[in-house]
Design a protein around this ligand. Structure first.
Ligand code: CUA
Length: 167
């Protein structure tokens, strides 16, 4: 209030309104989309195979013994841990035609597991167990990469799946 009297009424210009309305509508729309996908559509982490105390991965089965285990004819399970900056195991060997289920988690920070030629693409989050199953039909070497930036030597974090020709 000034000596000169009433404050003039606020004027909202059309072009201001054109910015204000979307800046309200967009976050509300995103929140609605998030709510629908999280609770309505049941979209969640790549897999909810379970949880593990991130500081006790090395003592918790199956991650206390990372490696490849045959679970049936042509069926394998890989317990895999990620840590800066390596996978354990770093090399996985299976015969061609195998179905391989990866159970994987991280011992420290967020890592990823990407096997481009086998349609494996999961984040490895501390505390979360990722489970992904794939089939290796063709013999050869399949590179597996960490594809989440995890620090200074992130680019050195890779391993391979060696698929051996059936005899
Ligand atoms: Cu591990 Cu990037």
């Amino acid at each position: 209030m000034t000596e000169r009297g009433e404050r003039p009424p606020t004027t909202v210009y059309l072009y201001e309104l054109a910015w204000i309305l979307p800046s309200i509508a967009i976050p509300i729309g995103m929140l609605a989309a998030l709510t629908v996908t999280a609770f309505g559509a049941g979209i969640h982490l790549p897999s909810q195979a379970g949880r593990v105390v991130p500081t006790r991965v090395a003592e918790t089965a199956p991650f206390d013994a990372p490696g490849v285990k045959q679970t049936g004819p042509g069926q394998y399970e890989v317990a895999l841990t990620a840590q800066i900056w390596a996978f354990a195991p770093n090399e996985i060997r299976v015969p061609a035609g195998s179905t391989v289920t990866f159970l994987a988690t991280s011992k420290d920070v967020v890592h990823g597991l990407l096997i481009p030629n086998a349609r494996v693409n999961v984040m490895l989050l501390p505390g979360q167990i990722a489970k992904v199953t794939t089939r290796f039909d063709r013999p050869g070497e399949y590179a597996m990469f960490c594809h989440e930036y995890c620090g200074i030597a992130h680019h050195t974090m890779w391993g391979k799946v060696v698929v051996e020709a059936a005899r």
